[in-house]
Write a new protein. Structure first.
Length: 483
């Protein structure tokens, strides 16, 4: 196999050709161009230098990757015929050039002859320093996942109206229709350069689109921030937890905000059940805040880095979806084994206590009871001290017993009195600053652990728990409590 020189033709103007590129053009070696739709090809013609272009392949293949793979195969054949060949690509061979990427994966004798990329004239035109963040993406395979609103972005390979239209839709969904961007035709080519600053919605109305067209999307500046991504939220939380932040946020721990996590999760569910999309957006944001809050606390305590959360999640998703990531086919789904109160009231135009109570999300009964009592306490309908709820619990307990003795176990009045007792217990928990939902969940887990202890102990004894007497189980239960 002969040697392949891969030469960059620069951004377009022949004056941007490097000395190394000119030397290769005049080397006498066989010349192959990915495309002759490039202004520097004029240099070849003016100097009567022969070349072969691979433009014809674009008409024979269904997609661009197939085009690029076919070009690579053709170059491999040519290099087997000649001692050395020259392969010319627009711009810099190592910038946004898929055929070069593919060639470098082959076991070939390759030498890169650098050229100015299309990036240099573009950043000169827009007057932006890439050291402050620049991302270069391929418009032909543009996707919302590649967008980073906190760095400048150049979108290349936008050579037809279809691609411009697809890019416009994605940019509009993220930045909005009126956000100003730059569309640059023939950047760096004298007498042909055309620069337009336009709102995103005009993107696919642009004329003169071609191989030398690029889009420049400036990052969203802090002073103009109305759109935030996940990194922005993490930055805001870091500031709130810093010495320059909010005293309340600084004081919080995993334990102090755990109740909020439960509440926000149920509020998301309520938004889903109500079919309120705007509220769903808000509540999902509140739930995400809890994740960010906990991750920032953990990072400060040296427990883990926020990226550990996304990494663990990503790995779990991949591990649990082998039929997607390992290409194992499944036939159907059955085979797949898976405050701010004031501001809130004003925004929702809630004025009466009843409206506020009806606005509460459909939380579990214990949590709902606590919230209802909190709302009643806001207007002064509450006990003066803890003795009130203590006495109320005793009163309601007596009424449960009286109802049972008088009416029997199946009478609905027993159910009613038991509900009153539970409500009174929740009220007592408020005065004790105990979240009843959390407390009950802890008791449930404790109960399960004790049963687990009992089962293990009986297994050690060679017995089965279900065949033991209540007295025997009671002994094991007391042992479990001691353990």
């Amino acid at each position: 196999m002969g040697k392949i020189y891969i030469i960059g033709l620069g951004p377009g103007d022949e004056n941007s050709l490097t000395l190394g590129a000119i030397n290769r053009i005049k080397s006498g070696s066989q010349n192959f161009l990915r495309t002759e739709k490039h202004p520097t090809v004029k240099y070849f013609k003016d100097n009567n230098i022969e070349y072969k272009s691979y433009d014809y392949i674009y008409d024979t293949e269904e997609d661009f990757l197939s085009v690029y793979n076919q070009i690579v195969e053709e170059l491999k054949k040519e290099s087997s015929t000649y001692d050395e060949i020259n392969y010319y690509v627009p711009g810099n061979p190592m910038v946004a050039e898929k055929t070069v990427e593919l060639l470098l994966q082959e076991n070939l004798d390759i030498e890169i002859v650098s050229g100015m990329s299309f990036i240099e004239p573009l950043i000169e035109i827009v007057g932006r320093d890439p050291v402050n963040g620049l991302k270069i993406v391929d418009g032909a395979v543009f996707d919302s996942l590649v967008v980073d609103i906190n760095v400048d972005m150049i979108i290349t390979q936008v050579y037809n109206e279809r691609i411009l239209s697809e890019v416009k839709i994605i940019l509009s969904e993220i930045y909005g229709d009126e956000y100003l961007i730059w569309i640059i035709h023939s950047g760096g080519v004298k007498n042909e350069e055309k620069v337009l600053e336009i709102p995103i919605f005009e993107l696919d109305r642009t004329e003169d689109v071609g191989a030398l067209t690029s889009i420049f999307v400036p990052k969203i500046e802090k002073k103009d921030k109305k759109i935030f991504d996940f990194n922005d939220i993490k930055g805001i939380m870091r500031l709130l937890r810093s010495n320059e932040g909010c005293p309340w946020d600084i004081e919080q721990t995993h334990e102090s905000i755990r109740q909020s996590l439960l509440e926000e999760a149920y509020e998301v569910v309520d938004a889903i059940d109500s079919g309120d999309v705007e509220n769903l957006i808000e509540e999902l944001g509140d739930l995400l805040l809890q994740v960010v809050f906990h991750s920032q606390i953990a990072y400060e305590e040296g427990e883990f880095n926020p990226i550990d959360i996304t990494s663990a999640l990503g790995n779990k998703l991949i591990l649990r979806h082998p039929h997607v990531f390992l290409q194992k086919n499944v036939e159907n789904s059955e085979q797949v084994v898976y405050n701010w109160n004031k501001i809130k009231y004003e925004s929702r135009e809630l004025t009466t206590l009843t409206e506020k109570l009806k606005d509460l999300p459909k939380l579990p009964a214990l949590m709902m009871s606590s919230k209802v009592q909190d709302k009643a306490a806001e207007i002064g309908f509450d006990w003066d001290d803890i003795q009130g709820p203590i006495d109320k619990v005793s009163e309601e307990f007596s009424e449960v017993l009286d109802a049972f003795k008088q009416y029997g176990i199946e009478d609905k009045r027993v159910e009613e009195e038991l509900g009153d007792l539970l409500f009174a217990v929740v009220n007592l928990s408020r005065f004790l600053d105990v979240n009843p939902e959390v407390a009950l969940n802890k008791t449930i887990n404790k109960f399960i652990k004790r049963l687990e202890f009992m089962e293990l102990r009986t297994k050690e004894m060679g017995k089965d728990l279900k065949y033991m007497t209540l007295e025997e189980m009671d002994i094991l239960w007391n042992d479990a409590k001691k353990s």
